[in-house]
Design a protein around this ligand. Sequence first.
Ligand code: FAD
Length: 445
Amino acid sequence: MTARRDEIAIIGAGLAGCLAACFLARRGHPVALYERRPDPRTGTAERGRSINLALSERGLDALRRIGLDEQVMTDALPMRGRMIHPVEGEPQFQSYSAAGDRAINSISRGALNNALLDAAAELPGVRIVFDHRLVGLDPTDGGLTFDTPHGPVTAKASVVLGADGAGSAVRGQLLAHGLLSESVDFLDYGYKELTLPPLGGDFALEEDALHIWPRGTSMMIALPNPDRSFTCTLFWPNQGAGSFASLDRPDAIERHFAQHYPDVIPLAPDLVDDYQHNPVGVLGTVRCTPWQVNGTVGLLGDAAHAIVPFYGQGANCAFEDVVELDRCLDECADDWAAALPLFQRRRQENAEAIARMALTNFVEMRDKVASPVFQLGRRVEHALERALPGRYVSQYELVSFSTTPYAEVRRRVRRQHRALGVLAGGAALLLVGAIGAALSRGRRA
Ligand code: FAD
């Protein structure tokens, strides 16, 4: 393998890596994109590994900038709200936006990755190298070592970007060289995917919603696919009652679903097979610092800040990273030594903000969405959004339908809640005053 010394090496041709390759090639940088897997455009997908994902405004904004949004949206299925499935009774729909017109989009992860690979491959200056698993990195000179089917291969690059996901080998190498510290907080929950095939040629459930079966300490969700199937994801505890570990025999699996997800049984002919054969994935939050070393090695996407998937924002956030990196390169005239630290300063507090919101949203989705108090709260919130357009905006709306930086979303939502608290307090005082006045009038009469 020959490699050009001035190349930018991107490790990982996943969502963030491919998008970064497109942005950097457009800036005129020669890019080598190294991926451990074979070319996914010619192979088959892994069984039960996050088939689809929800793409919202932040991701779309990034794709728009490289002219790929329309192509990606061709097969997208808009989801306008949550469909809540109780154990008994009819499902209830909760719209995401006050007017009910805004939607997040269910799209195939594989199709999105392939579209990005095609886009990167078409650009002059981009080399995509499959079957190359990074196993060694010398941060002092950009030396890279890969495991390949034909044995070890070495290369060099002027700048190395780690876009190699939550278990990043680039991050691991920086850690091993004592150049970075990290924390990985695993949830006590895992995830497993199941399929609901089309029913009589049509979707088995309403196709324009994200379906949720909230069950207190656990939940299942389902997103529609273009082939009219649904991919369900179980988010269950790893150990204890109702956990993945506690259910393995076919009769026990069927009994559990009949008790907790009775409406799914007639829609899932391969339930037991899917359950027994699909893997349990891990869920966790990755934090590390710094995100760059010497202005020559940087991290982005899940490699820098993997989060739990409960706000549907991991990929959206990774795409937003690429837009911000491009902006930093603009402002620093492509001086990496200045751009990478600037990127970290701007993005780190936003990654932390969405990490926290995603963890909080797990409790909301698996538990609160089913409660009448929560549902009333959402109706009040939508009424406020209609009454105070642009002045009161819900957290969900700001996260999913805007590009307001995540940290600013949290600050704004806190300000809104404080203002509402003051208003509610003022209204209560007026009410108490009015009651007091009426009582003293009554005593005088
Ligand atoms: P990845 O997509 O993980 O890509 C990393 C790439 O690097 C892969 O191609 C991998 O093969 C390659 N690689 C890894 N190691 C090496 C190595 N040593 N050498 C070379 N290549 C390597 N996000 C959303 O926005 N919306 C959602 O609805 C959503 N749902 C999710 C549901 C689940 C169950 C999960 C687990 C995640 C979900 N996410 C969602 C999060 C989203 O999948 C990630 O945030 C996103 O994939 C991150 O992109 P990335 O490019 O940083 O990493």
